[in-house]
Ligand binder design. Structure first.
Ligand SMILES: [Zn+2]
Length: 212
C-alpha cells in the first residue's frame, strides 16, 4: 500500500496539505488508503464499472487513481473540509468553483478540452456529460475485447490520472502543463502499452496511437 502513497499525494510533493508537517500528511494519506484497501478486501460483488478500470492491460497506478475517483475518495478540497481540515476549497485550475470530484474530472475547460482531444484521436465526438453519466455510459458501452474498447479504457484511466497529477502539480509545485502536453503524454502511455501487440495498424486511429 505504501507504494501507492506517492500517487495519491503527488510526485515530489513536500506537503499534502500546505501548512501541515509531512508526518501529519503521511498519516492522513495512510488513513485514506486504508479506507480504500478495506473496500478492496471486503467488496464481494462486482460493481458495474469494475471492468472500466480492471482489465487485462491496465496500468495499476492509473487504475488505482481512477478507482479512488469513482469512489470519490481522493483528497479533494470538499472532502478535506468535511474531514475538518481547513483549505480555501477553491479549484486550483479555475479559481472560481469549489474543488469537488465532479468539478475536477468533468466540469471545467481543461477537462473538456483534454477529453475532446482524446475522443478526436478515435474519430469520436464529444458530448457534455456529468461525472456519473460518463462512468455510467462508459460502463455500458465499452464492453468486450475489441481494440477500440481497450484503447478507450487505457485512454480514460490515463486521462483521470493525468488530471489528478496536474491538479497536484499546480497546487503543490506551482507548475502546469498545457492540454497539448498532457495529450502527448497520454498518447505515449497508450503507445507503450500497445507496443508489440498484434493490432490493425492500418486503422487511422490505431496508427496514430501506435506510432506517436
Ligand atoms: Zn475549476
Amino acid at each position: 500500500m505504501t507504494d501507492f502513497l506517492p500517487e495519491i499525494i503527488s510526485l515530489n510533493q513536500t506537503a499534502f496539505i500546505r501548512g501541515r508537517n509531512i508526518i501529519d500528511n503521511s498519516l492522513l494519506a495512510q488513513e485514506m488508503t486504508k479506507e480504500i484497501w478495506d473496500k478492496i478486501r471486503t467488496q464481494g460483488h462486482k460493481v458495474h464499472w469494475h471492468r472500466l478500470i480492471w482489465y487485462p492491460m491496465h496500468l495499476p497506478k492509473h487504475s488505482l487513481i481512477a478507482w479512488m475517483t469513482i469512489l470519490n475518495r481522493l483528497p479533494t478540497s470538499d472532502r478535506l473540509q468535511r474531514m475538518g481540515i481547513s483549505t480555501d476549497g477553491i479549484c486550483i485550475n479555475c479559481r472560481i468553483y469549489q474543488e469537488t470530484r465532479d468539478h475536477l474530472f468533468s466540469q471545467y475547460s481543461l477537462v473538456v478540452e483534454l477529453w475532446k482531444s482524446i475522443l478526436n484521436l478515435n474519430g469520436m465526438n464529444y458530448t457534455a456529460l456529468t461525472w456519473d453519466e460518463m462512468v455510467s455510459r462508459a460502463s455500458s458501452t465499452w464492453k468486450g475485447k475489441s481494440l477500440i474498447t481497450i484503447i478507450l479504457k487505457i485512454l480514460w484511466n490515463a486521462f483521470i490520472y493525468s488530471l489528478w497529477q496536474e491538479r497536484n502539480r499546480r497546487m503543490f509545485q506551482g507548475r502546469s502543463r498545457t492540454v497539448d502536453i498532457m495529450l502527448k503524454e497520454i498518447i505515449e502511455v497508450v503507445s507503450i502499452m500497445l507496443r508489440g501487440k498484434s493490432i490493425n495498424r492500418l486503422d487511422s486511429a490505431n496508427f496514430y496511437l501506435c506510432n506517436a
